[in-house]
Design a protein around this ligand. Structure first.
Ligand code: GDP
Ligand code: IMO
Ligand code: MG
Length: 430
């Protein structure tokens, strides 16, 4: 004990990587429990920038054992590229553990992700094209390939042949692509086996034993609440459970062992890909926040869509995840603004909604109701305690906190590791 779950409160890119890194020296294990290399976390340590996709952000903390849980989908080529990239910069990756039950992303699922998006045309999701959706679909359809399958060549061959027997029909007959040869897929996957072997184990058992020994475990979500396949803005979501419940199924840690749930909330909102976005900005304020916040995708480089902070969403995230503590990031990105509108409710067809509307079409038509807070018009990047913040910035934090049903324990005032204000301990609840 204890287990802390860390999730994103919006549509991703809230600063989860930085929040995990901040806690790094107080943790023993960091578990990635969902998603794959659709995620992109930027962590800045002593002026050095690290972009992580598949590896848990805890890999950057020397005392932490990073774990890729069973709920993750792994592109093995990306995994080893990322390991090699970190090793060449002097980061030790030898502690990494990988669940034998995690699924791998075969190359045909990357192809299917891309062609199906093209086929959808105007109805596309705007995926990252990394094969995430097709691989989770295979998992549910029980035709996926798991990490453990790579260690038994004949089983691997059977599974790949079974999957390709119908996928090749889809590739050829629907999408007019060349069929994929099972041998090519098997040989590519087998080429990783010896490198993979030392990392693979029963990570659910290892985590259970670690908890019995009193270790501190953080389960780190990829993506975020509104991208969750059950609780997000379906169908404009990813294909996994990015909310706190996913931490149990995606790691094998039971719900009774979870003590705290931390949600990372960006002081404004961003979204990559398609889908509804009530507070979206199409004006100079959106452009300004994109530039000061460097809001370009860590994974695909796409400019992120930008909008004002949406407290209806934040309250929803609190409720769905059972958030005990919020980390409010990028408050410094408001330093130049005269005033800051914050969405406190929606209006849909003349009716006020204080909670997320139940239907997607209502959410599509939601018009934000704003309250406006005064700006502080000075840099807060040097603030290290709440008292260092100008009165207007303090008022902003308190205003948000009073409306999201959980305390704001940490405030981010810059990208660097030390650019934070810690008001409360997210680990102990003190
Ligand atoms: P993640 O996917 O949730 O880990 O977030 P990303 O790394 O994709 O995007 C968050 C970006 O914001 C990164 O470039 C971080 O370095 C940066 N960042 C995080 N917290 C802060 C903060 O408090 N202030 C500023 N200015 N940048 C931050
Ligand atoms: P992090 O962990 C922001 C979005 C994609 C697309 C949708 C589905 O960095 O917060 P997928 O490839 O997952 O099938 O795409 O989800 N998406 C993200 N947006 N941050 C992410 O991760 C994302 N991972 C997926 O843009 O709209
Ligand atoms: Mg990101």
């Amino acid at each position: 004990m204890p287990v802390i779950v860390l999730v994103g409160a919006q549509w991703g890119d809230e600063g989860k990587g930085k929040a995990t890194d901040l806690l790094g020296d107080r943790l023993d294990y960091v578990v990635k429990f969902n998603g794959g290399n659709n995620a992109g976390h930027t962590v800045v340590i002593e002026g050095e920038k690290y972009a992580l996709h598949l590896l848990p952000s805890g890999i950057l903390s020397p005392g932490v054992v990073p774990v890729i849980g069973n709920g993750v989908v792994i592109d093995l080529n990306v995994l080893f590229q990322e390991i090699d990239g970190l090793e060449s910069r002097g980061i030790d990756t030898s502690r990494l553990r990988i669940s034998a039950n995690a699924h791998v992303i075969p190359s045909y699922n990357r192809s299917l992700d891309k062609v199906s998006e093209r086929y959808l045309g105007a109805r596309r999701i705007g995926t990252t094209g990394r094969g995430i959706g097709p691989t989770y679909a295979d998992k549910m359809n029980r035709v996926g390939v798991r990490v453990q399958d790579l260690f038994d060549e004949s089983i691997l061959r059977q599974k790949v042949e079974a999957a390709l027997s119908f996928k090749n029909q889809i590739l050829a007959k629907i999408y007019n692509r060349q069929a994929v040869k099972p041998d090519d897929v098997v040989n590519e996957l087998l080429s990783y086996v010896e490198r993979l072997r030392p990392y693979v184990g029963d990570t659910a058992l290892e985590l259970s034993e670690a908890l019995d020994a009193g270790k501190v475990v953080l389960c780190e979500a990829g993506q975020a609440t509104l991208l969750d396949v059950d609780h997000g803005t379906y169908p404009f979501v990813t294909s996994s459970n990015a909310t706190a419940g996913g931490a149990c199924t995606g790691s094998g840690i039971p719900p009774t062992r979870i003590d705290r749930v931390v949600a990372v909330l960006k002081a404004f909102t961003s979204r990559v890909g398609e889908g509804p976005f009530p507070t979206e900005l199409h004006d100079k304020f959106g452009d300004h926040l994109r530039e000061v916040g460097q809001e370009y995708g860590t994974t695909t480089g796409r400019p992120r869509r930008i909008g004002w902070l949406d407290l209806v969403m934040a309250r929803y995230a609190q409720r769905i995840n059972g958030v005990t503590d919020f980390v409010l990031t990028k408050l410094d990105n408001y330093d130049d603004l005269d005033e800051i509108p914050v969405c406190v409710a929606y209006e849909v067809n003349g009716v006020r909604h204080d909670e997320m509307p139940i239907s997607q079409s209502d959410f599509h038509h939601a018009v934000p109701i704003f309250e406006t807070m005064p700006g502080w018009k000075q840099s807060i990047m040097g603030a290290r305690s709440f008292d260092d913040l100008p009165k207007e910035a303090q008022d902003f934090v308190v205003f948000v906190e009073e409306r999201i049903r959980a305390r704001i324990s940490v405030v981010g005032v810059g990208p660097a590791r030390d650019q934070v204000i810690e008001r409360h301990s997210v680990l102990s609840g003190a």
